[in-house]
Design a binder for this molecule. Structure first.
Ligand SMILES: Nc1ncnc2c1ncn2[C@@H]1O[C@H](COP(=O)(O)OP(=O)(O)OP(=O)(O)O)[C@@H](O)[C@H]1O
Ligand SMILES: [Mg+2]
Length: 240
């Protein structure tokens, strides 16, 4: 679905990406790891069609993105969902309105779908709350629902769990796994938390200083909802 051929991205004096080549099939779950400044977010901005490569070719759905018309780019963008570390919810809109926003922007009203997505992420009971009234984990679940409203082919997650505690991180990973089981979505998961990447990703791109050092295959673990009481969990972990 995505193919990058010798892609570079240069900002004035900074080389953010250098000679990146890889291919990803529809439905893969790909991790992207690397130290701060290695180019991970820049890579996602290219995959998101927010930016274009300075050099090289980025092929999406068999088309070189630099050859696409503005209209085609808009159409492709609608099929890409994005989740950020800072959630990026609009504070003056309710949970329900935040999730409805991507549809509203393309002139679609579908309240049923919005409520269905909020139930899916376990946030239907907070539909009329504002983001300021939610915890970080709750905000991220709303952000995930919002990223799914247009049935994306691709879900790009930039440090989506990096501000969350372990329990909330596992909740988000479990949701991503459920999404992946129910829809043939391709997931890119940028993170510096190797434990989290290990739970979710089938293949991991390793970045350093704007280059792709290599790719590591991984066997993800399907997370089940834990019924273990929190106190018991802490006791076990601390006793290790
Ligand atoms: N819009 C921009 N203008 C100029 N330089 C930029 C821009 N965006 C990124 N860079 C530079 O490109 C390099 C890669 O940045 P990028 O944000 O992709 O790193 P990252 O791996 O996501 O880091 P982090 O883990 O801290 O989020 C950095 O040196 C950064 O300063
Ligand atoms: Mg980044």
């Amino acid at each position: 679905m995505y193919t990058l051929e010798h892609v570079s991205k240069v900002y004035e004096e900074t080389i953010a990406l250098q000679d990146i080549s890889f291919s990803v099939q529809q439905g893969e779950i790909v991790g992207v790891v690397g130290k701060s400044g290695s180019g991970k977010s820049t890579l996602l901005r290219l995959l998101n069609l927010l930016e274009t490569p300075t050099e090289g070719r980025l092929v999406l759905a068999d088309k070189d993105v630099t050859q696409l018309s503005k209209k085609e780019i808009q159409q492709q963008k609608q099929k890409i969902g994005m989740v950020f570390q800072q959630y990026n919810l609009l504070n003056n809109l309710t949970v329900k309105e935040n999730v409805a926003l991507p549809l509203k922007l393309i002139g679609v009203k579908d309240e049923e779908k919005v409520l269905e997505l909020l139930s899916f992420v376990g946030m239907a009971h907070k539909k009329d709350s504002y983001p300021a009234q939610l915890s970080g984990g709750e905000k991220q679940r709303v952000a995930l629902a919002r990223a799914l409203t247009r049935n994306p082919d691709v879900l790009l997650c930039d440090e989506a769990t990096s501000s969350l505690d372990e329990e909330n991180t596992d909740d988000v990973i479990r949701l991503l796994q459920q999404i992946h089981q129910e829809f043939p979505v391709t997931i890119f998961f940028v993170s510096h938390e190797l434990d989290t990447v290990k739970k979710l990703c089938e293949r991991v791109l390793v970045m350093e200083d704007s280059r792709l050092l290599g790719t590591v295959e991984n066997q993800p673990t399907l997370l089940e909802k834990s019924n273990q009481p929190y106190l018991e969990k802490v006791q076990r972990r601390l006793a290790k």
